[in-house]
Design a binder for this molecule. Structure first.
Ligand code: PMP
Length: 355
């Protein structure tokens, strides 16, 4: 508390980011990063740009990067907005598009940054409970509201909605923006990008932090009809938030162009997810059907905090949330097959110790 703070700062509960310990020899399955290195072509492009080019300011319009995004998704240049990570893109979307009469609806169990943005930007927020199967029930989002934000697949459950369900939401709210956060869509769910042709109220947010293995580069983007993109640009320009740095632009461009690398590595992660899901079920865990690069699992003992602590003693970190509704669950990022084997062996040993 400080007498110097604006009143809004007193009421903020800041987002708690996943831990980024600086120790080596750690099996790090807590923040949904890729277990594979970034695409070699992205690394080459970054290396090539670290010479004399760094003298220059980066392109304020990220023209080449937007061209790569345009080619990858079949959308036009004025349907693309880029930002420093999808967190920044989301921040601009909350400010530019989601403050209207009526509460903003988000799932009650979801990416925990959304409520933080609501309080920061003075947006009335109403969390909508997941159903008993931990799924988003679209019927609960058909009432009047100020807008909707949903990740698809949802985090930390990993469960995805079909496009028909998203269409139902878009039709129900022609005058409100529906943001679909597709941070994890490349791991098996359907993208809603084709729907932007038919729905001027749809904004899709993407990141290069997960499937493209470039979390440290901080690149995200949004796709929607030009009217929505124009709104985002107005907020960004009013903030004077700087365009992507030069290395981020060249690295992200090369990563998006390497579609073969993306298909290959996401395919490997999906295969490992199937393996980890069945090993965990073999140990007695309930595992939600994930279409993301993580699984959400609960042991009948329901003591997830103890399991997370025991894994940590073995230098394996996974995510445990203290939020009461999900305090019995662990979110485990899909690592390499070797890492998945080590984490299941460790859980097996911990559970036997306790038996
Ligand atoms: N959306 C969701 C659902 C996420 O889980 C994350 C990562 N924590 C983000 C957005 C933000 O990703 P980034 O800022 O790295 O693009």
């Amino acid at each position: 508390m400080s007498r110097f703070w604006s009143p809004i700062v007193h009421s903020l509960t800041p987002y708690v980011p996943g831990e980024q310990p600086q120790m080596t020899k750690l099996i790090k399955l807590n923040t949904n990063e890729s277990p594979y290195g970034p695409p070699p072509r992205a690394l080459e492009a970054i290396r090539a740009a670290t010479g004399d080019m760094l003298r220059l300011y980066s392109d304020p319009t990220s023209e080449r990067l937007r061209t790569a995004i345009s080619n990858a998704h079949g959308v036009s240049m004025d349907e693309i907005f880029v930002g420093n990570g999808s967190d920044e893109v989301l921040a601009h979307a909350f400010q530019a598009l989601l403050k209207h009469d009526g509460p903003l609806l988000t799932p009650d169990i979801t990416y925990s940054f959304y409520p933080v943005y609501c309080s920061l930007y003075g947006i009335t927020h109403e969390p909508v409970p997941l159903n008993a199967a931990m799924q988003i029930d679209v019927e609960d989002y058909l009432r009047p509201c100020g807008g909707i934000v949903l990740p698809n697949p949802n985090a930390p459950t990993g469960i995805a909605l079909g496009l028909g369900r998203i269409e139902t939401l878009l039709r129900a709210h022609p005058d409100r923006v529906v943001v679909i956060d597709e941070a994890y869509v490349d791991f098996g769910a359907d993208t809603a990008i084709p729907l932007i042709r038919h729905f001027p109220n749809l904004l899709i947010v993407r990141t290069l932090s997960k499937a493209h293995a470039l979390a440290g580069l901080r690149v995200g983007y949004a796709i929607g009809q030009p009217e929505l993109i124009e709104g985002l640009n107005r907020v960004k320009d009013s903030f004077n938030s700087y365009p992507l740095d030069l290395l981020a632009q060249v690295g992200a461009t090369a990563a998006i162009e390497d579609r073969e690398w993306l298909a290959r590595t996401t395919g490997k992660i999906i295969k490992s997810r199937i393996g980890l899901t069945s090993s965990l079920r073999g140990l007695g865990f309930e595992v939600l059907p994930s279409q993301a690069n993580f699984v959400f699992a609960r042991h009948p003992d329901r003591d997830a905090a103890r399991l997370a602590a025991a894994l940590r003693e073995r230098a394996i970190i996974v995510r445990h949330f203290r939020t009461p509704r999900i305090a019995e669950w662990l979110r485990i990022t899909i690592g390499t097959d070797e890492e998945c084997r080590i984490v299941t062996d460790a859980l097996d040993a911990i559970l036997k110790q306790n038996a």
